[in-house]
Design a protein around this ligand. Structure first.
Ligand code: PMV
Length: 339
């Protein structure tokens, strides 16, 4: 989930962003994509199933990832299983891919990020690709921009890069998943419905019509990225929370500034945000940060476990367990409230 948002491409084909972005990768024991790839000489074409349903692989994004991984494939030999595939054979062999998310797909919970990151990683393992996660991130980026960040754990920055071919537009890990272990992430699943406007068409529409977009990308985000990196490295929760919430609000403001306007958050998201804002103001120092991507689901980040418990009590007070406003809460580490 991003804390500095990527929104707007400078190159549609290569998927190069207009600004740098930073995200935190969720603990895969709670929310994850599981992808299995099989290869066989009897497969007559590449095929893929997403959450059990066959889908087309003909789109440019999938083709780019398959092509780039095949181009880097190496010999594979496993004597125990009697498998021997030469480097050049990968061009002729077809794969069957099965990908499953244990959380709502295309509902603004970064399913395309985890999906493409997992796909590229699984294909690279199968084909014995030797590139590190940084190099693989430039391939995952061509599937979905946000996917480049999801190849790393912890807090990750997507570097803009200068090269025209996008080879240096990669993700780098800022700190690993253990670095800031006080932070507790709570996800309020407001809706499991697929979003009406996909990120790709939303971004394109915003770049073409929003008068605020360029100002954000050039004047606001570069400064925020520097401040956010500092806050993460210093585990400075107050600055982190201030920037995360401001980013969320500006991102949804530019979506609203788009013609026609795009509404990703809904009334429930607004009520949750307002509840967190009131709480933070009443305490005086931020206890929790909030952010939504391209959908109404709210990701909350609490200062520590004590703040997380208090936040959950607050949420349960405003949205009692039988409320239809929130389906479930998934909490980082071990607290899981509803099943
Ligand atoms: O990677 P895409 O095309 O799904 O775009 C994702 C954009 C946001 O999630 C809204 C922001 C971000 O930085 O991930």
């Amino acid at each position: 989930m991003s804390v500095i948002k990527y929104w707007g491409k400078r190159d549609e084909k290569l998927i190069l962003a207009m600004n740098e972005s930073i995200s935190v990768t969720f603990d895969p024991t709670h929310l994850c994509t599981t992808t299995t790839v099989a290869v066989s000489p009897v497969f007559d074409r590449d095929r893929m199933w997403l959450n059990g349903k066959e889908m087309s692989l003909s789109g440019r994004r999938y083709q780019n990832c398959l092509r780039e991984i095949r181009a880097r494939a190496n010999d594979v030999e496993d004597e125990t299983k009697g498998i021997k595939i030469a480097k050049n054979d990968w061009e002729k062999l077809h794969v069957h891919i099965s990908s499953n998310n244990n959380f709502p797909t295309a509902a603004g919970l970064a399913s395309s990020a985890s999906g493409f990151a997992c796909l590229v990683f699984a294909l690279a393992k199968l084909m014995n690709v030797q590139e590190d996660n940084g190099k693989l991130s430039a391939i995952a980026r061509q599937g979905s921009g946000s996917a480049c960040r999801s190849l790393h754990g912890g807090f990750v920055k997507w570097v803009m890069g200068k090269e025209e071919d996008g080879s240096d537009s990669i993700a780098v890990q800022l700190v690993d998943e253990k670095y800031w272990d006080d932070l507790v992430i709570i996800i309020a699943v407001v809706s499991s419905q697929q979003k009406e406007t996909s990120s790709s068409s939303g971004m394109l529409q915003t770049v073409e019509t929003s008068t605020l977009m360029e100002y954000r990308a050039k004047e606001v985000v570069p400064k925020r990225v520097i401040e956010m990196e500092e806050a993460i490295k210093n585990r400075d929760f107050s600055t982190f929370a201030r920037l995360t919430c401001a980013e969320n609000n500006q991102f949804h403001a530019i979506c609203l500034d788009t013609s026609p306007p795009i509404f990703y958050m809904n009334d429930t998201s607004h009520r949750i945000i307002s509840c967190v804002e009131k709480w933070n103001r009443s305490v005086g120092t931020p206890q929790a940060a909030y952010t939504c991507d391209a959908g109404p689901n709210v990701v909350l980040m609490a200062r520590d476990r004590e703040a997380a418990t208090l936040l959950l009590r607050r949420l349960l007070f405003h949205f009692p367990p039988n409320s239809t406003d929130i389906d479930s809460y998934v909490v980082g580490d071990k607290l899981i409230l509803k099943d």
